[in-house]
Design a protein around this ligand. Structure first.
Ligand SMILES: Cc1cc2nc3c(=O)[nH]c(=O)nc-3n(C[C@H](O)[C@H](O)[C@H](O)COP(=O)(O)OP(=O)(O)OC[C@H]3O[C@@H](n4cnc5c(N)ncnc54)[C@H](O)[C@@H]3O)c2cc1C
Length: 482
């Protein structure tokens, strides 16, 4: 191959050897693997003759499936829900979106580059439009038939006989060449404990769907992350009163600046952190003012050292007196809550907007070099473990503005590596040395807060540059010019 290619173009001349068109039965559903599951290896004893298992059909799982398809790597997907879309499928069993949920990054910075959203779609689409988008994406590339829906992966482990991996679902054990874990990062609630007890209702944001639950209630929301702020804005229209307990200050970014989606500005070459922080802090002061005026603590960190809150309606409602900021909780005391400043109040409903834990219950954490809750797996580029060359994690990135294209590029790197193992073993071996080597700095020079959610946080520019550079290296080794 000598054509000049960018990393999002299809691979021409891939030496695919199509496998048999046998119909396998997985999850009770007959699934044809014709056309979508070419076999990479002529040698049937090669573990790569088995398909890779993609776990999850959310944005990350779909990106994985699509890129394995592009690079002619056989795959088969398992999805717990009855369709694609991940957490954007509000009816999915692990979905944590709610009726009022919309993107907080705008559509053009979030969409898959090869599948732009239609012009008629709003700048910040609702979960319903996103669900349609992922269904259209799956259909446009014929991905749906490769997934077994309604099928939870219960365990995945390297086979004891050394021949690939074994993936267990309720219908049995399935042999695979390896596993791509794309089961999301925002589904397993982090539920803190507080001294004392509370007699009212307690709900984690993961279980919140509709604001009707607030009708006439005195509500306390603990935490002011993006979901917490969205839910506070919902609650003010229904509840008797709404308080929000916060531990630290936040930076509130408007969805629009100068009449354009805020994240579409400044898309050129990234500015050095100090300059960007200084400029954006000034811009925010001009547009949203000082959140301390509304009762928030002053942030003890600089902008972009934690995930910004893309919501100014919360400030609007604070300005209207519909919402009150309270300090950190000291204890629950029966009918209400005592706060660290010595004040207390009675509540009917406490909403825990306290975030999520990473959750890979079907994998041995040692394979991910992971000590569990509070930390993140130690993975090269947040994807590759040095414990097993056939295990990959997709979507384990938090970043401002990384979008689904950032996840798509992760998937392309996995696919390019698997293809290189076959077509360019020297380049693949080189890449494996980097997997085993020191971790690159993906912070972009920002000093992130030492909290659980930031354990796998990356700077989008630093991260995408590093991932694209690896894709280009692997592709050049296969004959493409970058
Ligand atoms: C309210 C809200 C707003 C958000 N806004 C944005 C935004 O503006 N921009 C942005 O980029 N991101 C946003 N996100 C982040 C969101 O996580 C990503 O957009 C995206 O959904 C991540 O995709 P994913 O495929 O990695 O995970 P998910 O979408 O969570 O999909 C994971 C899939 O894996 C399945 N699954 C889980 N366990 C198993 C198992 N054992 N076996 C089989 N299947 C399994 C689940 O059913 C699910 O379908 C938002 C999240 C929330 C909750």
């Amino acid at each position: 191959m000598s054509a000049s290619m960018t990393s999002s173009e299809p691979i021409p001349d891939s030496p695919s050897v199509y496998g048999s068109d046998t119909i396998e039965t997985i999850g009770g559903q007959p699934v044809s693997n014709e056309a979508i599951m070419p076999v990479m290896a002529a040698n049937p004893s090669d573990a790569q003759a088995y398909p890779y298992a993609v776990i999850g059909a959310g944005p990350s799982g779909l990106a994985a499936a699509r890129n394995l398809q592009r690079y002619d790597v056989p795959w088969r997907g398992y999805e717990l829900a009855d369709g694609v879309g991940g957490l954007w499928n509000i009816d999915g069993p692990r979905s944590t979106v709610y009726d009022s949920a919309h993107l907080i990054s705008s559509k053009r910075t979030t969409e898959f580059a090869e599948f732009p959203m239609a012009d008629r779609v709003a700048d910040y689409p609702s979960h319903r439009e996103l669900f349609d988008y992922f269904n259209d994406f799956a259909d446009a590339f014929g991905l749906r038939a490769g997934f077994s829906f309604g099928t939870e992966v219960l365990s995945a482990r390297p086979a004891e006989d050394g021949d690939g991996w074994l993936v267990t679902t309720p219908t049995g054990e399935h042999r695979h060449a390896g596993v791509i874990a794309a089961n999301g990062t925002l589904s397993e609630p982090a539920v803190p404990t507080f001294p004392g007890h509370f007699d009212g209702e307690v709900l984690h944001t993961s279980a919140y769907k509709s604001p009707s639950i607030f009708a006439g209630k005195r509500v306390l929301i603990i935490g002011a992350g993006n979901s917490g702020c969205d839910i506070a804005v919902d609650a003010v229209h229904h509840a008797a009163s709404v308080d929000m307990s916060v531990r630290r200050g936040y930076y509130f970014v408007p969805k629009y600046l100068f009449g354009k989606p805020a994240d579409t500005l400044n898309q050129g070459r990234p500015l050095p952190p100090r300059i960007k922080q200084a400029i954006d802090t000034r811009v925010l002061k001009m547009f949203t003012g000082d959140p301390v005026r509304f009762g928030f603590p002053k942030p003890d960190y600089k902008i972009y050292e934690s995930h910004p809150i893309v919501n100014t309606l919360v400030l609007h409602h604070l300005g209207h007196g519909d919402l009150q900021i309270r300090p950190d909780v000291e204890a629950w005391d029966g009918a209400g809550v005592r706060f660290r400043d010595g004040t207390r109040d009675d509540y009917d409903l406490i909403v825990l907007a306290t975030g999520y834990h990473l959750h890979y219950p079907y994998l041995d954490p040692q394979l991910l070099r992971w000590s569990g809750s509070g930390s993140a797996p130690d993975l090269y580029l947040n994807i590759f473990t040095q414990e097993d060359p056939n295990l990959f994690v997709m979507g384990m990135i938090e970043a401002s503005g990384i979008g689904w294209q950032g996840r798509y590029e992760q998937a392309e790197l996995i696919a390019a590596y698997l293809r290189a193992r076959h077509d360019a073993p020297a380049a693949a071996a080189d890449f494996e040395r980097r997997i085993a080597g020191p971790r690159p700095d993906l912070s972009g020079g920002y000093h992130y807060l030492g909290i659980e959610r930031m354990a796998y946080y990356v700077n989008k520019d630093a991260y995408r540059t590093a991932v694209r550079a690896e894709i280009d290296r692997l592709r050049v080794s296969q004959g493409a010019t970058p």
